[in-house]
Design a protein around this ligand. Structure first.
Ligand SMILES: [Zn+2]
Length: 318
């Protein structure tokens, strides 16, 4: 297991400069590897051939809960069953895993989540283990170059520790909050999910390569994969835009959006789940703007109807 001290030294990583770059499209200028944010800009690299970029959708089992737990003023009864979406991008410059689902330990240990288990009733079978699912598209965990958790809650960062040879790309504030939560925000983190990222040696804190972001990242420096910090659901939530040739820019929202209606009707989530309520509304507005101006679309993690309609791996979007 290779250890690196500094978060911003990932190979081939380019730091995106401004949020405006993402707002106005792709092919943005980006700062070169190792340059601090705000340093002299280098021209964008040649674009990835977006015809070779494929997006695969999966679910890490199911949760059963009241819709009102997710959407403000929605009913708590009858309960609904929602997917736990995660995504893989096959990319010529390195495959990316966006979110990691529920910890596979739940398959054999229903107490892994403690009290959250009763609240969300996760249903997991051996077939949904993340390595079993990656096999459907011919990948092993070692074929994942970058793991990008939208945030580190138990149903998104659950398996983040199962990719020791990948680079983890996470907002620094999210990692800090997962390990030492701000008052009122700790319920949905399972510390055992996160601990594999921490080195047992005292010299370097990270057990594997990590990029600790404090903003946005143009992952390959060519606009094909944009990681966008957006503080809403949690202190370090991030969304990811995948530039697909046929489908167009596709925004993976994590829990900044639960259901399509949040964006389409401007409906807030249950505010108990909002670290920064205003952040949801600006996120919804940004997504609507991207849809109107860039022909973008979006996928969430927990929308049962959208998930049903979505292609599932091994089918893909390109
Ligand atoms: Zn969450």
């Amino acid at each position: 297991m290779k250890r690196e001290r500094t978060s911003s030294r990932g190979r081939g990583l380019w730091i995106a400069v401004t949020a405006a770059a993402l707002m106005t499209g792709f092919g943005t200028a980006s700062a070169q590897d190792k340059a601090p944010a705000g340093a002299t800009m280098a021209p964008a690299q040649t674009s990835s051939d977006s015809k070779d970029i494929r997006l695969y959708g999966f679910s890490s089992g199911a949760l059963t809960l009241g819709k009102g737990a997710l959407v403000n003023f929605a009913p708590m009864e009858p309960t609904i069953t929602v997917p736990v979406g995660f995504y893989v991008v096959k990319h010529p410059k390195g495959n990316i895993l966006f979110d990691t689902g529920n910890n596979d330990k739940l398959i054999t240990d229903p107490n892994w989540w403690g009290k959250a288990n009763a609240a969300m009733k996760p249903a997991m079978t051996p077939e949904v283990a993340i390595d079993v699912q990656l096999k459907k598209i011919g990948l092993t965990p070692d074929d994942i170059a970058y793991v990008v958790p939208s945030h580190l809650h138990l149903d998104h960062g659950g398996n983040v520790g199962k990719f020791p040879n990948s680079t983890i790309v996470v907002q620094k504030s999210e990692l800090m909050n997962a390990l030492w939560p701000a008052p009122g925000t700790g319920n949905s983190y399972v510390i055992g999910d996160i601990l594999p990222l921490r080195s047992s040696e005292s010299t370097y804190p990270n057990a594997q390569k990590m990029v600790l972001l404090e903003g946005d990242l143009d992952l390959y420096g060519d606009g094909s994969i944009m990681i966008k910090r957006w503080v809403a659901h949690t202190p370090g939530s991030q969304m990811m835009v995948v530039k697909l040739k046929n489908r167009g820019p596709t925004i993976l929202t994590g829990d900044n959006v639960y259901f399509r209606e949040n964006v389409e009707k401007n409906i807030p989530p249950n505010l108990v789940l909002a670290y920064n309520p205003q952040g949801f509304f600006t996120a919804f507005e940004w997504i609507r703007t991207m849809m109107a101006t860039e022909k973008a679309d979006f996928f969430t993690a927990h929308d049962p109807d959208a998930f049903k309609a979505m292609k599932k791996a091994p089918e893909y979007y390109d």
